[in-house]
Design a protein around this ligand. Structure first.
Ligand SMILES: Cc1cc2nc3c(=O)[nH]c(=O)nc-3n(C[C@H](O)[C@H](O)[C@H](O)COP(=O)(O)O)c2cc1C
Length: 200
């Protein structure tokens, strides 16, 4: 199965170096989605891809809490900040990424938990792109309500962020402000992020 974008996306602002795989620079975070169910086997591959991410001591501290079909979508949606609800309502699935706070082996704090969860999130995101699907990360979530509603023990898990997964749609269902932002964004120059030999 492969989902296709139904309009021409302009990647003009993106200037990848020669050799960079389009999987990376053609990933972006749309807000305009078409509300369709994603088949279970596709979801399975997407979340399984996350399983193969590297992690400190192979702890695999990530947990993906997701809506399942239409059943509890509205509950997950209600746990996003309203600014995100306005567009996330049209995606296919909403999820929250939890990181286990402690190492299983010795119960000590795991300072790399969020870092590892980020790697797992990128793995699932890129697997989603392989199917032509898109994700959109969200810091704008109601964390305290998520802990409460989902019965998440605070001592054991950190709610890191939310995300949507969906099928991209021509952005005429968005407000004019959001519609104007509906394009792949720029990046810092490579010089700014890759320092050979030291920070200065
Ligand atoms: C952890 C995280 C939190 C984010 N929070 C939000 C959010 O609450 N609302 C939103 O519209 N976009 C959010 N974004 C999307 C970012 O703004 C977006 O990834 C960034 O501008 C880069 O653009 P691109 O993903 O299209 O390449 C978030 C992304 C990440 C990774």
């Amino acid at each position: 199965m492969q989902y296709f974008d139904n309009y021409q996306i302009n990647f003009e602002k993106r200037n990848p170096a020669k050799g960079v795989d389009p999987l990376f620079y053609k990933r972006w975070s749309p807000r305009s989605f078409k509300k369709n169910e994603i088949p279970e086997d596709v979801l399975l591959a997407i979340f399984d891809a996350a399983r193969w991410a590297p992690s400190c001591y192979n702890e695999q501290p990530w947990v993906f809490l997701t809506s399942s079909g239409k059943k509890d979508f509205d509950l997950f949606l209600s746990l996003l900040l309203e600014s995100n609800q306005t567009w996330a309502c049209n995606c296919s699935l909403i999820g929250f990424i939890l990181g286990r706070k402690k190492f299983t082996a010795n119960k000590k704090d795991n300072p790399w938990s969020s870092f590892d969860c980020g790697a797992a999130w990128m793995s699932m995101t890129l697997q989603a792109r392989k199917y032509g699907l898109y994700t959109h990360g969200m810091a704008g979530i109601k964390k305290e309500e998520i802990y409460k509603t989902m019965d998440i023990p605070k001592d054991d898990y950190k709610v890191i962020c939310g995300f949507t997964l969906g099928i991209i749609e021509f952005p005429d269902n968005l407000s004019p402000e959001l519609s104007a932002r509906e394009q792949p964004s720029e990046r810092l120059s490579l010089k700014k992020i890759w320092k050979k030999g030291g920070l200065k």
